[in-house]
Design a protein around this ligand. Structure first.
Ligand code: NAP
Length: 262
């Protein structure tokens, strides 16, 4: 029997990109998926691609409204009973230098990518502990490295690395697995939706040359099923960058300054 069979899996940011393809892949493997995002029409489009016999549902919620996360999860639990796996995937990226990025835009990134994630994680945690379930975070290689044009995004993703590394050792003895998934470039709408993106940046997006979201979803599903603690899913360059930064951070800065990341 597949690892995901009859598991209740909540996926945020499930109306597009990685979240959409994870929902389809996990549902194929037997999961009952709870799709969460803001765009109801897109959520319905994704829900219509899922197995009609499985009780998957879609819920409209703005994850960046972190002060409402607790009530959202409490209401959801009343409706569906429990959650086995939470996949924190909703996120927004950045394509602007720190000097050109307003504080409001930096806060927008951090409210969604960090505070929103923490609010939902904390609200789901008692159920996940009860079920010896899993918390998955769709982080980024930017949770480990630095480049230009990603300052607030890297801040949010580095914070996720720190938070979930701590949480893992707090809950692993209770049977809970925390899986940190770090994608490299994957071809989704992420560049188009990034803070600071322009028409020129969108046309030349490095993401479009990256992995397909369907291949990403297969690799991510395999990592979740193996209850891995951390995995990089992307091209050789992104994996190399993480290794290089760890080995020699100063040389890494010299190297990464010259790379095209926008
Ligand atoms: N693609 C890559 O190359 C890449 C690389 C590294 C990391 N990642 C990470 O992967 C995750 C998914 O990104 P993606 O590439 O799939 O991008 P995407 O295609 O832009 O999808 C983002 C998803 O997040 C949802 N979302 C955005 N703001 C939200 C909010 N306030 N509340 C609830 N949902 C919200 C969007 O749905 P609505 O607009 O309907 O709300 C959408 O479903 C992000 O955390 C990103 O940092 C992606």
């Amino acid at each position: 029997m597949d690892y995901f069979n009859h598991k209740k899996v909540l996926i945020t940011g499930a109306s597009s990109g990685l979240g959409e393809h994870l929902a389809i892949e996990l549902n194929k493997r037997g999961a009952h998926v709870i799709l969460v995002a803001r765009n109801e029409k897109e959520l319905t489009r994704v829900l219509n691609q899922l197995d009609k016999t499985s009780p998957s549902i879609a819920k409209v919620f703005d994850v960046s409204k972190y002060d409402q996360g607790g009530v959202f999860i409490a209401d959801l639990l009343k409706e569906i009973g429990t959650v086995d796996i939470l996949i924190n995937n909703a996120g927004i990226s950045q394509r602007s230098l720190a000097v050109d990025t307003s504080f409001e835009d930096e806060k927008k990134i951090i409210d969604l990518n960090l505070y929103g994630v923490l609010a939902l994680t904390k609200a789901c945690l008692p159920e996940i502990i009860k079920n010896k379930g899993q918390i998955v975070v769709i982080n980024s290689v930017m949770g480990k490295i630095n480049t230009k044009y990603r300052s607030a995004y890297a801040a949010s993703k580095h914070a996720l690395t720190g938070y979930f590394d701590c949480l893992r050792i707090e809950v692993e003895d209770q049977g809970v697995s925390v899986c940190n998934i770090m994608p490299g470039f994957v071809a989704t709408n992420i560049t188009k939706n990034s803070i600071g993106s322009t028409a020129d940046i969108i046309i030349n997006s490095a993401n479009d040359k990256g992995l397909s979201p369907a291949s990403f979803a297969i690799k991510a599903a395999d990592a979740i099923a193996k209850r891995k603690r951390e995995v990089i899913i992307g091209g050789f360059k992104e994996g190399f960058a993480v290794w290089f930064k760890k080995l020699t951070p100063k040389l890494f800065d010299i190297f990464i300054k010259k790379q095209k990341v926008i």
